[in-house]
Design a protein. Structure first.
Length: 456
């Protein structure tokens, strides 16, 4: 009980309270989706209070441990926000893993930098200004965390697909920044003479400048990463739009071709009827009979190759892809057991299937495969839609060891095709598996048909 009283007497002041409030607000703002309505405010407030309580408990435990182990003195300053952020990111934050790690690293670095800015500038001003209370500097520094919270709210990356490059870029700055501040804090508490502050004045002045620069570098780096993700997302949207326009053009071409074929068939049938009428009028029944069976035999093969699985959207997509495959001598082997309506947006089905089949067509054509048949299966499996696209390949299983990568000349543009496929699968809470076995490249996808996730 005495230890708790000492802890409250030493640490709990107005600056400390404002600091943990600002830290909690920053963490919740950065690692939770944007608040769209007032109805979400109670949840935000509860999470903020929970973080404040957690931070206080962790900090008190470190203080208590430091009484027995002096080497832990000051460790709570950098361990408390680290543990708090890790717990919040692991338990509550809904973001994907890479985005959690990247955002958490930047938030932690900013908290460490701002905390040391308050302490360092507070000490400097205490020396230069008589009777100056460093409490005000610490409070002012903590308010920078609220500015950072607004910054994170305006530059959210949760709407974008975060690339490995942006993660590496952000971590390469945030981690060294936080590490430098921790080393400075340890040196300040355990190495530099506490009572001879003026002797270390040059170090504190230098660090005061460095800390401001670190704050600027952290925020600018995160902003750059956000800008890169946004531009990549815009490029992906343009690629999708271009692909949809191309698909629409192909569908119109197919429709025009089929209409022309129907006109030819109609004209031909009228001629057939006229000839049969002549035979009938001349009572040439044997010739009429022979001509009838000869005409019937000519319809053994369909005049126009079409896909008709009972689903209007899939019919249009696979008829288009059938035409594309025919141009390079490939064929589609379709096994479709699907309902007339699927719970997926038509544009998403088009993006997914056209990319899958186009990749397969490109593969059997460019690899000069002996078998240019592309095997496509679609069928429900419990609550999921199972999609499989298989084609012959000359690649070995080692091709997939370092992840799927394109071998086409225009790697940037074609690489977007895989990103489009992944984005659609993620949208419907699905999974995707690529594998090569027995000379066959296979893509297998499961997409949730009864997902609760809202699709925008």
């Amino acid at each position: 009980m005495n230890e708790l009283t000492d802890y409250i007497r030493i640490f709990v002041d107005l600056a400390y309270i404002i600091q943990i409030v600002c830290v909690a607000i920053l963490i919740v703002t950065a690692l939770q989706p944007h608040i769209k309505s007032l109805s979400q405010m109670p949840e935000f407030i509860i999470e903020t209070l929970l973080l404040m309580l957690t931070s206080s408990i962790i900090n008190f435990l470190f203080y208590q441990a430091s009484q027995s182990f002096p080497i832990l003195k000051g460790a709570g300053t950098w361990c408390t926000p680290l543990i708090t952020i890790i717990c919040f990111a692991a338990i509550i934050c809904p973001y994907e893993k890479s985005l959690k790690i990247m955002t958490s690293a930047v938030v932690y670095s900013l908290i460490m930098v701002v905390t040391q800015i308050g302490d360092t500038y507070g000490m400097l001003l205490t020396i230069y200004i008589t009777n100056f209370n460093s409490l005000y500097v610490k409070i002012a520094a903590s308010l920078f965390l609220l500015i950072a919270a607004v910054f994170f709210d305006k530059t959210r990356m949760s709407a974008f697909k975060v690339s490995p490059y942006t993660v590496r870029l952000t971590l390469s700055i945030a981690i060294p920044s936080a590490a430098a501040v921790i080393v400075y804090d340890i040196c300040r508490l355990h190495i530099m003479p506490i009572n001879d502050f003026k002797q270390n004045m040059p170090v504190y002045i230098l660090m005061s400048i460095i800390l401001i620069l670190l704050f600027i570098i952290d925020t600018v780096t995160y902003r750059m990463a956000w800008q890169i993700c946004r531009e990549q997302n815009e490029i992906l949207d343009l690629q999708i739009e271009k692909q949809l326009n191309s698909s629409t053009k192909q569908l119109l071409t197919i429709a025009d071709h089929n209409l022309l074929e129907l006109h030819k068939i109609r004209h031909d049938i009228r001629n057939q009827y006229a000839y049969m009428q002549i035979l009938l009028n001349n009572e040439q029944y044997d010739d009429l009979r022979n001509y009838y069976f000869e005409l019937l035999g000519s319809f053994a093969e369909p005049l126009v190759s079409t896909v008709d699985c009972g689903n209007r959207v899939l019919d249009a997509i696979f008829n288009m892809e059938n035409t594309t495959a025919h141009r390079v001598g490939a064929t589609l082997d379709l096994k479709l057991a699907v309902p007339p309506k699927l719970p997926f947006k038509e544009v998403d089905l088009c993006k997914l299937l056209t990319n899958l089949v186009d990749n397969a067509i490109e593969a059997v054509s460019s690899e000069k495969c002996d078998d240019k048949t592309i095997y496509i299966t679609m069928k429900p499996q419990q609550d999921y839609m199972f999609i499989q696209v298989k084609n012959q390949t000359r690649k070995s299983p080692k091709f997939l060891e370092n992840g799927l990568r394109t071998t086409k000349n225009n790697k940037d543009a074609h690489g977007k095709g895989h990103a489009i496929i992944q984005s659609v699968v993620d949208k419907y809470n699905g999974n995707i598996l690529y594998h090569i076995k027995d000379g066959m490249f296979s893509v297998e996808i499961l997409m949730d048909m009864y997902q609760k996730k809202e699709h925008s």
